[in-house]
Design a protein around this ligand. Structure first.
Ligand SMILES: NC(=O)c1ccc[n+]([C@@H]2O[C@H](COP(=O)([O-])OP(=O)(O)OC[C@H]3O[C@@H](n4cnc5c(N)ncnc54)[C@H](OP(=O)(O)O)[C@@H]3O)[C@@H](O)[C@H]2O)c1
Length: 174
């Protein structure tokens, strides 16, 4: 199983404002920077409940018929994701990855700050693709958080784009 993160963040490391506003990210996702190719390569998304709730405010479901697993410990109304292929799971990150592997998934896309941090702490993320947006917002929803021990990364590549996006790919060292 390959588990990847593909996320946009301010240079000071936030993925949303405290009120979940994403207005500091480039409109419409900005210039092409590999998202379409990346999402085509995944078998399923695993997103936190707060990311799910934010995505529902977009008006149209952005993931097409890609399998989306929403993590939450509370009852959710998945019918709000009209047109999507959505299911709910809860449990430890290890249990969730095992269930998805058993169902045939080979490449997962984990998204949402708390969710990414939990999967990192559990040692389940192999690849991080982080696109830095050239802005400082001072405060917000952090991409990273506390860790019980260092996670060593191997830098794979860094690309920069005319609009100022800087995208780095890292692999987590074994
Ligand atoms: N810039 C970007 O590329 C990007 C990407 C993704 C998200 N975002 C933004 O980030 C914000 C959301 O991130 P966030 O850190 O606040 O939260 P999040 O990770 O999206 O969601 C956290 C919630 O997910 C549920 N959850 C996570 N792991 C679980 C598990 N193993 N079992 C059961 N439930 C689990 C819990 O929901 P319950 O409390 O219901 O149990 C938890 O409170 C939104 O504003 C979103 O728009 C930005």
């Amino acid at each position: 199983m390959m588990v990847s993160v593909f996320v946009g963040a301010s240079v000071d490391g936030f993925i949303a404002r405290k009120n979940d506003d994403l207005d500091f990210l480039p409109e419409g996702g900005g210039e092409p920077h590999g998202y379409d190719e990346f999402i085509a390569s995944v078998d399923a998304l695993v997103i936190g409940r707060k990311t799910f709730e934010k995505v529902l405010t977009f008006g149209t479901w952005p993931y097409g018929d890609k399998r989306v697993v929403v993590l939450s410990s509370r009852p959710l109304d998945l019918s709000a994701a009209a047109g999507g292929v959505v299911e709910q799971m809860a449990g430890s990150p290890v249990e969730i990855v095992k269930r998805l592997a058993d169902s045939g998934a080979c490449h997962l896309y984990v998204d949402g700050g708390i969710t990414i941090q939990d999967f990192l702490r559990a040692g389940l993320i192999q690849r991080l693709i982080i696109t830095r947006v050239p802005v400082l917002i001072g405060d917000g929803v952090p991409l990273f958080g506390a860790l019980p021990c260092d996670i060593r990364l191997r830098h794979v590549s860094t690309r920069h784009y005319p609009s100022g996006l800087v995208q780095s790919e890292y692999h987590v060292d074994d």
